[in-house]
Design a protein around this ligand. Structure first.
Ligand code: UGA
Length: 343
């Protein structure tokens, strides 16, 4: 099988590339702006890398959609700070660049596996979010935090409609707070625009306080990227066509914690971390921040986000196992390594 991965050097793309190359005989055709997360595969005859910007490479992309069997367009900005500070960039990259790839898949009759997002459920109040029955609840237009959710939601709806009306073969998968090595760059954390675990690790490494936005009461269910890739691989393998025309949440409802609890767990791990003790970095400390100060006035939060994974369990026996502390430890260790290589 030939797999096209746009954004192969990203968090999901690089983990998926590792898994494909180590456990299958598939060929990868990957595109990205850099190779730092996939350097080890350069030179592997099953790893074909094209160094380019997705916004300026429509000919290469269309050629590769035609050449490959399955298409994963993973290029997107997925950091809430950017939804508020640069919403048009989200629209242009996450929506406009990706809709072209969807259309390429329709014209060349290729299977697309599209990364939707847990963010599409927004402020839905269901106990667990179900792919086909839960409502998608976003806020008013001045709250630009929802531009990512709305962009992905429209892509989901368009892909679904192409499936019904033009025979597009597709699966939508929805990551729920996947965490692990290579999550976000520490450069983004330095600017205060990374996601939670990277941001808190940066704060711990630099001895700066961890900001609990609006008290840190919001809850998330975190899924270790290794468990998540198990789920994604079974969707790519698509035994008996079970993934075709379906939407799947991929998350771990057992790893559900508030932001405050995550901060406390990370401070505890950091207390005995050799990097901290060797360098005499102070223990982690918490401060509270208002969301309007931290993110800007266009921010609105999701207070509770729990995936139903029944559909993944029934179709593929999906069973995420890695617990939060283990996941945090390996993510923090890899970010410490990134920090050392930044210097
Ligand atoms: C993220 C992104 O929108 C997407 O990457 C993705 O679709 C989705 O999660 C997902 O992975 O499922 P969110 O969970 O809100 O959304 O992103 P984080 O930046 O990780 O924030 C989580 C929570 O931590 C929020 O309540 C936020 O306010 C809080 N936070 C974040 C803090 O209290 N302090 C910080 O320094 C950073």
């Amino acid at each position: 099988m030939k797999v096209l991965i746009l954004g192969v050097n990203g968090f999901i793309g690089s983990h998926l590339a590792n898994r494909i190359l180590s456990t299958t005989n598939w060929e990868i055709h990957g595109m990205d702006l850099a190779t730092n997360k996939v350097d080890e595969h350069i030179g592997n005859p099953r790893f074909n890398f094209f160094h380019a910007d997705m916004m300026k490479s429509s000919e290469w992309i269309e050629y590769q959609v035609d050449n490959c069997d399955v298409v994963l367009p993973l290029v997107a900005i997925a950091t809430p700070k950017t939804y508020v500070t640069d919403p048009l960039r989200i629209f242009e990259l996450d929506f406009e660049a990706n809709i072209k790839v969807v259309k390429n898949c329709v014209s060349h009759k290729k299977r697309i596996l599209f990364p939707s997002t847990s963010e599409v459920y927004g402020m839905c109040e269901d106990e667990e979010f179900d792919e086909e029955t839960s409502s998608l609840v976003t806020g008013p237009i001045p709250m630009s935090r929802w531009i990512y959710s709305a962009s992905k939601q429209l892509l989901d709806r368009v892909i679904w409609a192409y499936g019904i009306h033009k025979g597009l073969k597709f699966t939508l998968f929805r990551p729920f707070n996947w965490v692990g090595p290579r999550l976000d760059s520490l450069k983004a954390a330095k600017e205060g625009s990374s996601r939670l675990v990277t941001q808190f690790t940066w704060n711990l490494i630099t001895g700066t306080p961890l900001n609990l936005v609006d008290g840190g009461h919001a809850q998330r269910c975190f899924c270790d990227v290794d468990d998540a890739i198990d789920g994604l691989m079974s969707i790519i393998q698509n035994q008996d066509g079970k993934a075709d025309g379906k939407i799947f949440n991929i998350g771990n409802p057992n790893n559900c914690y508030s932001v405050r609890e995550i901060a406390e767990m990370m401070i505890e791990i950091w207390r005995t971390h050799p990097f901290r003790s060797k360098r005499g970095i102070p223990e982690g400390r918490l401060v509270e921040a208002r969301s309007s100060d931290y993110y800007g006035s266009g921010y609105q939060d999701v207070m509770r986000r729990v995936p139903s994974i029944k559909r993944m369990q029934t179709a593929f026996g999906f069973n995420p196992k890695i617990d939060m502390v283990e996941s945090l430890k390996k993510t923090m260790d890899s970010l410490v390594d990134d920090y050392l290589s930044m210097k």
